[in-house]
Design a protein around this ligand. Structure first.
Ligand SMILES: [Zn+2]
Ligand SMILES: [Zn+2]
Length: 294
């Protein structure tokens, strides 16, 4: 009984206040799976010291999602730090750092849509600095969470650091088939224009399973114009790969896939002359030849 009372007292101490303004209708969800390790500390003056956001240490993956629906206002670097900020309308804006952005400026996002990949550097353990502003005023985003916050870590304690992401190791190709068009400059078979062929084409019958060549987290699964149905997977170590012209979508953004797990089937959606897989890769956001990883 005494233990229970102590536990309840501890929860009472660490339960964060909930200053959500009644009637604003503005509600946020967690941008990462985690817990707050450094609380919001409102600055006394616009340029004064303080902590203009909360630090959330991740206990799950490293994908950062939009805390509410809105439009991507900024996607790039601020003072060298990868930053995404989302405009939620009525002056509300959330900011996420340090993040390797995966969304272009102007993109419309729903709550839970992937914004990018969390980078190390803000805390000893990998953590997200999450900010909320209402016009010029900095606010505590945890005060607007749909679910109440219970901070289980005593202030000042250092959480267990996350294991570092493994380097991407490609143990094979994503589909059994022969290469029909390598990465590089070529005349496009549909448009006739000479430009970079930004992936490797594998000929395979429609319906042939496409598998993740290494483990990773799905960062997007959507219809992407000329690429048709495309899945992009963050394989760790700064490597993201894309799988285009799929028949449809069978995985969702945020899903974790083991090496060899099916991510879709070969199709001919988008700008395509026949059933094939268009395999793409990026290292630290720069397009590379996926064949150099295999
Ligand atoms: Zn911070
Ligand atoms: Zn191609």
């Amino acid at each position: 009984m005494r233990i229970l009372i102590i536990a309840l007292a501890a929860l009472a101490v660490f339960a964060a206040p909930s200053p959500a303004r009644a009637g604003t209708g503005f509600e946020l969800t967690w941008p990462v799976d985690g817990r707050v390790t450094r609380a919001f500390d409102s600055p006394e003056s616009p340029y004064g010291a303080g902590h203009r956001g909360v630090d959330v240490v991740t206990t799950g993956g490293t994908v950062v999602v939009a805390a509410a629906s809105g439009r991507v206002l900024f996607s790039g670097r601020v003072a060298g730090r990868g930053t995404v900020s989302v405009d939620h309308g009525n002056g509300w804006r959330t900011t996420y750092q340090p993040v390797s952005p995966w969304v272009p400026e102007g993109a419309t996002v729903a709550a839970g849509d992937v914004l990018g990949r969390l980078l190390p550097g803000h805390c000893a353990a990998t953590c997200l600095h999450w900010g909320l502003t209402d016009g010029e005023t900095y606010l505590d985003p945890t005060g607007y969470l749909a679910m109440p916050v219970i901070r289980l870590l005593p202030r000042g304690s250092v959480p267990e650091p996350l294991p570092t992401l493994p380097a991407a190791v490609v143990s094979g190709t994503p589909v059994a088939g022969r290469v029909t068009s390598p990465f590089g400059m070529r005349r496009h078979p549909v448009t006739g224009v000479v430009k970079l062929h930004d992936g490797v084409d594998y000929a395979a019958a429609c319906g042939t399973p496409v598998v993740a060549p290494s483990a990773g987290v799905v960062v997007s699964a959507s219809f992407d114009g000329a690429y048709g149905y495309r899945v992009r997977i963050d394989h760790g170590g700064g490597v993201v790969m894309g799988y285009a012209h799929l028949q449809g979508l069978t995985v969702r953004a945020g899903a974790s896939l083991d090496a060899g797990a099916a991510l879709g089937t070969v199709g001919s959606t988008g700008l395509s002359t026949g059933c094939h897989l268009h395999w793409m890769a990026w290292r630290d956001g720069t397009l590379i030849n996926p064949a150099t990883l295999a």
